[in-house]
Design a protein around this ligand. Structure first.
Ligand code: TRP
Length: 460
């Protein structure tokens, strides 16, 4: 069994889980939603959500994975068979597989933009970034989005890279790649953070990021929703990775490291981006900031090339974003692949190629919805791309997280959960607190989010 499923070596889980967590959510999404929501207070609520909701659910997912050594559908079926509800609990796993499918289909498109931008930046760095290029950036980015064949090409490229890693399996693929990419990622981001200390906007950036002011309910909800997305929770990604951990590793320690690391990387991305953004005058900022969700691809390159060393830093930066995205897409694909390996006894090769192709095909309408096809662009709310993102982050992840919290907190024997959390760790004095957060605080908070979404609040 373990021969086909695979296992992580020492540090394998921490690296892979951190790689899954740190992604476009940290570098693309977190800085712009924090910017939109006014900085400090939003950051504070998000930090509380990570500790109070994110960390407990990360422990729950990981322990379910390791205790069963199975992927989500089978894990819930196995653990649920003696509980009330029986094998129906495996529906949580099915929801997870479906969610992985959906998220990856649109996530790979944004991830593909990073490849395109590495090329763009290299050509700007060597060919010169002219005033014309700067002025034309918004419209050239719009043209890029509207170019269907280009969108599909870069989405396909990124999916091919993802499939290429997952094909090699848990240790030779996922673990080996994250082992190399994660330190590179940390190194690059540190370099950029240190560089930003000398930029004129650094002081203002720090003030913005840590200045606490009033905050609205909508922003609180958005911060909680983002905690799920950025920690890769709610769809069984951590169950799947957890199923590859050996008995000597400590789940609480690993989860704490992953949560802390993911949060630091998100904050570091903010420091880098805001230092650049606040380096320009407020008047210029107001003019150039038409749409915050595209900061990463329009405003940022423009300002990068005004900075000393910008032509070196810009391509490096997009390389970093691409690496971060890759270690996340492999975790999304692995959830789907592991399911076919466990449930259908497919070979890894077959499972990866079939799942990867299916995700790619599902992503095509989304890729065409950004300007290439008016039909795809008007589907659902704001086109196929936005509808998939909306469905996944507003519905599927919170509902998945709610079910995981309720199942683990209320239906799983506390002797099982305690034993799993203490295995490889020793006494876990925070067990009571963890269980309380999982049984009471997480479900209430998530129900509140869902209630708010029903009331019309969008997290997308
Ligand atoms: N956490 C990743 C990010 O922030 C995205 C991601 C990867 C994810 N795997 C996931 C989100 C599983 C939810 C569930 O970019």
């Amino acid at each position: 069994m373990s021969q086909t499923r695979g296992t992580f070596g020492r540090m394998g889980f921490i690296l892979a889980a951190a790689g899954s967590a740190v992604g476009l959510g940290n570098i693309w999404k977190f800085p712009y939603i924090t910017y939109d929501n006014g900085g400090g207070s939003f950051v504070l609520v998000y930090l509380v959500a990570v500790v109070v909701i994110g960390a407990p659910i990360m422990l729950a997912e990981t322990l379910i994975g390791r205790s069963t050594q199975l992927s989500p559908v089978e894990a819930f079926g196995e653990l649920g068979k003696n509980a009330i509800g029986g094998r129906a609990w495996s529906l949580i796993g099915w929801l997870g597989v479906l969610t992985g499918f959906v998220i990856l289909s649109y996530y790979a498109i944004i991830a593909g933009w990073t490849i395109y931008y590495i090329g763009q930046c290299l050509s700007w760095s060597f060919g010169g970034f002219s005033a014309d290029a700067a002025i034309g950036l918004d419209s050239s980015f719009g043209d890029f989005l509207a170019n269907g064949p280009l969108q599909i090409t870069f989405q396909a490229l990124f999916m091919a890279m993802t499939v290429g890693v997952v094909l090699f399996g848990v240790r030779a693929g996922i673990e080996r790649v994250t082992k190399v990419l994660m330190p590179v990622l940390v190194g690059l981001l540190l370099l950029l953070v240190v560089n930003s200390i000398w930029s004129p906007g650094f002081g203002e950036a720090m003030r913005f990021l840590f200045h606490v002011g009033p905050i609205g309910a909508g922003a609180i909800l958005e911060a909680v929703g983002h905690a799920f997305f950025t920690l890769s929770l709610g769809m069984g990604a951590m169950i799947t990775y957890g199923s590859y951990i050996g008995s000597k590793s400590s789940i609480p320690r690993s989860a704490a490291v992953v949560c802390l690391f993911d949060t630091l990387m998100g904050l570091a991305a903010c420091v880098v981006m805001y230092s650049i953004i606040f380096s320009v005058s407020e008047a210029e900022r107001l003019v150039t900031f038409s749409k915050s969700s595209t900061i990463l691809f329009t405003t940022l390159p423009r300002i990068f090339y005004e900075l000393p060393l910008g032509s070196v830093l810009a391509p490096l930066f997009y390389l970093l974003v691409g690496f971060a995205a890759l270690t996340s897409t492999i975790s999304l694909l692995e959830v789907v692949v592991a399911h076919f390996i466990d449930a259908r006894h497919w070979s890894r090769r077959k499972a990866t190629l079939v799942a990867g192709s299916a995700v790619f095909l599902l992503g095509i309408p989304a890729a065409l919805s950004l300007g290439a096809s008016p039909t795809m662009g008007s589907f659902g709310t704001g086109g196929v791309f936005n509808t998939l993102d909306y469905a996944a982050s507003n519905w599927m992840l919170p509902i998945g997280g709610l079910c995981i919290a309720i199942f683990t907190g209320w239906f799983l024997d506390s002797r099982i959960t305690r034993a799993e959390l203490e295995k490889g760790h020793g006494a876990f004095p925070l067990f009571g607190l963890w269980r309380f957060l999982l049984r009471v605080v997480c479900p209430l908070a998530i129900v509140w989010i869902i209630y708010a979404v029903v009331g019309g609040k969008s997290f997308a």
